[in-house]
Design a protein around this ligand. Structure first.
Ligand code: SF4
Length: 939
């Protein structure tokens, strides 16, 4: 861009221009890529800064006290900006603050570098200014200071401009067209580049090369044939030891490799299980290095026997660790070549056929902006995998329209078959020795009678403590209000597009059939609306938004409300109308099928409509199944989400099998000869019985099932101090506010001595919020920043802030009890507020407890207690993450000492000693212990 442009950045006291104030202004003028002027001023906001703003900017009240007010400097700012366009990173934020301070809107044209970066840099891990600067090698002197940020944004802008200048002409033109539809301010810039390139090289030809093929992937040898024969070659322990030995292959490639006998033993046990074709259940403590311990024998087995091994994890974090960290190491230590593939559902990949149909259509502005992003991404991807696109909000919905759904695939008739990302991913999986996937896809495969994943031999399930929960979710059924509304919208859009198409014949009958379907769709919308209104009236539950991450409640079905009969009648009416809609759509599809012989394009339209019909049919089947609540052995309920922000409720109808164990055995274990399951938390009080019973392993002959423990190499009794506070009143035995105030006071005193670096684990959002509100100001006055789950941003953002700043305390509810890995000093104290028993009001838990009671079994001992112990072990496990970690765990729930079941919690921990007593005693012990060992502040 040749004309003068102003790059602006403001620091403020918060996010709302109506209530928050500007504290620093940084402006840079840029002409032909050169910085020609700068303006900077601190601003006195007239109020004190909050701790998070002080931490973020490094500014203090004293820095601003002598600064001018925004009114004083506004004339200089306006003079500097003049009538030139303003650019910035999330520029509307800065413009809204300037406009509010000025009392008049700014009429300057604006350019957002955040929007441009999202368009041009699809693979960025984050679009925050600091991250983009790192990616582009831009020097950002001090982040969150206005002038440095403005200068860095100016350099970023220049780099992004040059990306536009070097774009291939065909891509540039298509993106420009989409930006026009999107109403983007960047359209003019792109259009100028198009015009100038056409002018300078008028004869320039638009490339005919397919831009979606530009990033092609590299090759390595493949698993040629799946060997289904039962005659297998055994693994030798010697070849396993050669990898893990102190001077072995791992030590050769990993500079900081530490030999762990537990890891070597675990790998040998896995090898033995593969040789003997058995079922293996292993608990491996933190730090054993369990993933390498199963990957090494798994890959050696696959190479030797030409048999694919499937590895399923519960979380994306572990999947990413295996894929990005462990598999590359494996590639360096295993001398024979092998292949690994990450298996994801088809919906994760773009369908080129659907993409090009969508591209032809007219778009809403937000659709066009998203498709412009997809277009640029397609020029760079070598996987076609949506995870590279960092989809947000509505983009998820738009992705559904272009992803590779099985029902919409025209297979051999598809003109893009050769280049199809779905097919390439499938081929990669079919050629791989190791397939890494998640529990969810494993069960989708189980549900579809193994039509989703390529055939595999041994199965390894990591994070196995989630197996029962994953199977319950995946083998159950659900009907989501938002998904169904989305489906009705998709039908509406599909019909609107079809009526615009010119059919090769039967125009009158065709148009009448589309109009009929449109009418029935409107009836369906109305009937569903009436159904949800009645359901809402019948579910008379108090949703205060206080308990649950966003305000959730669950109600068992069939409902007990007298109004529930009306709900059933309305639901039946909906089902009838939806069946009529399916019939109408089938008539339309019939025309299209006939025309697909005449014109190829109609084959694609036909498949798309069939896909829409089939997905609708399966949703209606689920709806009917749950609403009728007839099938024995299932528990049925409504999950209600309450959005306090929008004042809206969303209803999800759910059904789950009560006895998942027999289902797991019948549909998974009984079909496999080798299954290896592992986790850091499987046993309860040293026993595997709970896991075996709950997950259907009790049906396996005893001699076929092996269990093995591999202790953590950490020296817990030296690295961790476990304290149990015994003077906090018991919740429920005193008035609620007495308990909550004592709890807040106890946490405050503990945090005072740790000076931050503390994770407090709650079991209730309501309690978390009470204590948060009680302590926020008090802690900030001690320069300790408090972050609250559900209060201060997303989980990942909270963890990032917690890691960054040692004088921070993080309050987390259930999802923070596991999956957090913060080694080192950043996390030096974990406070466990209560023993984590699940509420018996949760429908699946309630139904399973009833089922046990009906069979005259003790539900507390067989279900509630072991579940709580496993979660408790997970919570404890947040503290020590490496051999050099040290820290304190404080338990504030006296039941661990006073109740007979308390010992089961203590016996399940890797520490053998603990101290117990009043808060004063505990504080004294912590101070003594930390005097020699602990390195916390303020001690
Ligand atoms: S083969 Fe199927 S999934 Fe692939 S591009 Fe064609 S229609 Fe889409």
């Amino acid at each position: 861009m040749d004309k003068r442009i102003i790059v602006c950045d403001l620091e403020t006291t918060g996010l709302d221009p109506k209530f928050d104030k500007i504290i620093e202004v940084g402006l840079v003028s840029l002409e032909k890529g050169v910085v020609t002027g700068k303006y900077h001023s601190l601003v006195n906001p007239g109020i004190n800064l909050r701790l998070n703003i002080k931490r973020l900017t490094g500014l203090d009240d004293a820095d601003l006290v002598d600064a001018p007010s925004i009114e004083d400097i506004m004339p200089q700012i306006l003079d500097f900006i003049a009538e030139d366009p303003i650019a910035g990173h999330n520029v509307q934020f800065d413009i809204s603050f300037l406009a509010f301070a000025r009392g008049l809107p700014l009429k300057n044209h604006s350019y957002d570098t955040l929007e441009l970066a999202r368009l041009l840099v699809p693979f960025a891990n984050s679009y925050r200014l600091e991250s983009l600067c790192q990616e582009f090698g831009i020097d950002l002197v001090t982040s969150h200071r206005a002038l440095d940020d403005a200068l860095a944004t100016a350099h970023l802008l220049e780099q992004l401009f040059s990306m536009i200048r070097y774009m291939e002409m065909d891509v540039l033109m298509q993106v420009t067209k989409l930006l026009l539809e999107a109403g983007s301010n960047w359209y003019g810039v792109f259009n100028d580049v198009v015009k100038s390139r056409l002018k300078s090289i008028p004869e320039q030809k638009i490339s005919t090369r397919a831009y979606w093929l530009r990033g092609e992937s590299k090759n390595s040898p493949s698993l040629k044939e799946f060997n289904a024969s039962s005659d297998k070659k055994s693994l030798e322990f010697g070849e396993i030891r050669a990898v893990f030995a102190p001077e072995g292959a791992l030590a050769d490639v990993l500079p900081n490799y530490e030999y762990r006998s537990q890891q070597e033993m675990m790998a040998c046990t896995v090898a033995e299980t593969l040789n003997d074709k058995k079922y293996l259940l292993m608990e491996a403590g933190t730090g054993v290095g369990k993933s390498m311990a199963y990957l090494v024998p798994a890959v050696l087995w696959s190479i030797k026997n030409h048999e694919r091994v499937l590895i399923a994890t519960n979380t994306i974090n572990l999947q990413e660790q295996l894929w990005y960290k462990d598999i590359p190491v494996l590639g360096r230590i295993i001398s024979e070549p092998f292949r690994a593939a990450l298996a994801k559902g088809r919906q994760n990949y773009i369908c080129l056929r659907r993409w090009f149909i969508v591209l032809e259509n007219r778009h809403q502005p937000n659709e066009a902006a998203f498709y412009a992003r997809v277009l640029v991404w397609l020029t760079k991807t070598d996987s076609g995998d949506r995870s590279e696109l960092n989809l947000v909000g509505f983009e998820e919905d738009l992705w559904i329209g272009i992803c590779g759904d099985a029902e919409g695939c025209t297979w051999s008739r598809c003109p893009y078959l050769k280049d199809c990302w779905v097919q390439k991913a499938r081929k990669r999986a079919e050629e791989a020795n190791l397939i890494i996937t998640n529990h969810s896809l494993l069960f989708t495969d189980v549900k579809s009678d193994n039509r989703v994943l390529p055939a595999y031999g041994p199965l390894i399930i990591d994070e196995a403590h989630h197996l029962e929960e994953s199977a319950t979710l995946q083998l159950g059924r659900h009907f989501s209000q938002s998904m169904f509304n989305h489906w009705l919208n998709v039908v509406g859009k599909a019909l609107a597009r079809l009526i615009d198409r010119i059919p090769p014949e039967d125009w009158i009958a065709w148009s009448a059939s589309i109009k009929k379907a449109q009418g029935t769709r409107l009836e369906a919308v109305e009937s569903m609306r009436a159904f949800y209104k009645l359901l809402g009236d019948a579910m008379e539950v108090g949703l205060s938004g206080d308990d649950g991450e966003q305000g959730r409640a669950t109600v068992r079905l069939p409902g007990s409300s007298p109004k529930y009969g009306e709900v059933l009648v309305a639901g039946g009416e909906c089902i009838k109308i939806l069946q009529h809609l399916a019939e109408d759509l089938i008539v339309c599809a019939g025309f299209m099928e006939a025309w697909s012989i005449i014109e190829e394009a109609w084959a694609g339209y036909h498949r798309d409509l069939v896909q829409v019909i089939n997905s609708g049919k399966s949703m209606v089947e689920d709806f009917e199944f749950i609403l009728s609540a007839r099938e024995e052995g299932f528990v049925y309920w409504v999950d209600i989400e309450f959005s306090p922000r929008w004042g809206a409720r969303y209803y999800n109808l759910m059904a789950a099998p009560i006895d998942i164990g027999s289902m797991l055995y019948e549909r998974l274990f009984s079909n496999k000869s080798t299954v290896i399951m592992t986790s850091a938390t499987i046993t309860v009080n040293g026993s595997y019985d709970y896991f075996i019973e709950r997950n259907g392993l009790s049906y396996i002959p005893k001699e076929e099932l092996i269990t093995a423990d591999f202790d953590s190499p950490f020296l817990y009794d030296q690295q961790a101090l476990l304290c149990i506070n015994r003077d906090l009143p018991v919740q429920g035995q005193v008035q609620e506010n007495v308990y909550l105030d004592s709890l807040a006071n106890t946490i405050y005193k503990l945090v005072e001595i740790t000076g931050g670096k503390t994770l407090v684990l709650f079991t209730s959002h309501k309690t978390l919020r009470y204590v948060y509100r009680s302590l926020k100001t008090k802690l900030e006055s001690r320069d300790i920043y408090l972050l609250g789950h559900g209060l201060d941003g997303s989980r990942s953002r909270l963890l990032e802030e917690f890691r960054k700043d040692s004088r921070t305390v993080l309050f987390g509810a259930f999802s923070f009890w596991e999956g957090i890995d913060i080694p080192g000093e950043a996390l030096s104290c974990v406070i466990i507020v209560k023993l984590p028993f699940m509420s018996p009001a949760v429908p699946v838990i309630a139904a399973r407890l009833e089922d046990l009671a009906n069979r005259e079994k003790d539900g507390f001992r067989l279900l509630s207690l072991p579940q709580a112990v496993i979660r408790f072990k997970q919570g404890f496990g947040r503290l020590i993450r490496s051999r050099s970690d040290k820290g304190i765990v404080v338990i504030l729930d006296g039941r661990i000492l006073n109740k007979s079941y308390g010992r089961q919690f203590l016996n399940s921990l890797p520490v053998k000693k603990h101290i117990r007593g009043s808060l004063d005693v505990i504080i004294k012990k912590i101070l003594e212990w930390s005097g020699t060992e602990y390195t916390g502040n303020d001690i």
